[in-house]
Design a protein around this ligand. Structure first.
Ligand SMILES: *Cc1c(COP(=O)(O)O)cnc(C)c1O
Length: 297
């Protein structure tokens, strides 16, 4: 199977479109990865596509992965696995069994096998617990939280080649780092002058940079990127009235839906940076809309 065949099988609509909008009288372009599929929107497809293709080629029948109770990654993976007839074991942080989120209800409908684990067990997802799972399921493919692996970098990198022009800035939200690392790697591969800016959506100064650096191969460890840490609103999925209002106002003005966990913080940050004249005049600015609207249902 080719990646194009896989995408048409799953009804994924790529390349996504570029749409210009005015933010505070400044023109920016939005890469609409939120609109690549009717159920599964956003960056999660790009992050797992090559891993899934590889899994299909190796005849993988079982995938295990990790996430919170509203995880866009588990949601997307649950859908793909159902369509592709692969069993998914979803390791969920916290016990939501008596209080299913819409995401978990979808996973159940898609026949995923859900395991609720406490914070301590979940924290060991990259070491001891990973080994326990691999011993229990020797045939299974284990995909890290958020789908952030070297496959993710390749998939995300493709979006740079889809662009109609070169940009001075590409700006994206950052949580597990795979998306930003993919952008940085591709900008470096193509020797573009584009600066890659990340907006940290959780409290993670130092930690987020480490995640990105750990994912980047040495030859693409460029310095033309930066993560901003002033826009997390108190932490992951934390929000306040101002941010919620901002998302509503943004939708009214631009008719593009955003949510407070990722894209709301992204556009809020960009608008504030514009107001603070962070960008030199007539900079070409691209914002990556990574989707994620399912998480706020
Ligand atoms: C997962 C996710 C991100 C963060 O991407 P990372 O590669 O984990 O940094 C951003 N936006 C949305 C909507 C997401 O679901």
């Amino acid at each position: 199977m080719t990646i194009q065949q896989l995408e048409s099988l799953l009804n994924i609509n790529l390349p996504s479109k570029e749409q210009t909008i005015l933010l505070d009288d400044t023109q920016i372009t939005v890469k609409r990865d939120d609109s690549i599929h009717s159920i599964i929107s956003g960056n999660k497809w790009r992050k797992v596509k090559f891993q899934l293709l590889d899994a299909l080629e190796n005849n993988t029948k079982h995938i295990i992965s990790f996430g919170g109770g509203f995880s866009n990654h588990l949601h997307a993976l649950g859908y793909y696995c159902r369509q592709l007839n692969i069993k998914l074991t979803a390791i969920v942080r916290g016990d939501y069994s008596q209080n299913l989120s819409p995401m978990l209800q979808d996973l159940i409908a898609w026949k995923s096998d859900i395991r609720y684990v406490n914070k301590l067990t979940y924290q060991a997802r990259t070491d001891s617990y990973l080994n326990t799972l691999q011993t229990e399921f020797p045939q299974a493919l284990i995909i890290p939280e958020g789908g952030s692996s070297h496959f993710a970098l390749q998939g995300v990198g493709e979006l740079i080649s889809e662009l109609s022009q070169e940009y001075d800035y590409i700006i994206a939200p950052v949580a597990s780092g795979g998306t930003l690392a993919g952008l940085i790697q591709e900008v470096s591969k193509q020797s573009l002058k584009t600066k890659v800016l990340g907006i940290g959506v959780l409290k993670g100064q130092g930690y987020l940079e480490d995640l990105v650096n750990d994912l980047l191969p040495k030859e693409h460890a460029s310095s033309n990127w930066q993560i901003m840490h002033d826009f997390h609103f108190g932490g992951y999925a934390k929000k306040n009235a101002e941010l919620i209002q901002y998302c509503d106002k943004f939708y009214q003005q631009h008719k593009i839906e955003i949510e407070p966990i990722y894209s709301g913080k992204l556009f809020y940050a960009i608008e504030l940076l514009i107001q603070n004249t962070y960008f030199p005049k007539s900079s070409r600015i691209l914002a990556l809309h990574t989707g994620g609207l399912q998480g706020t249902r």
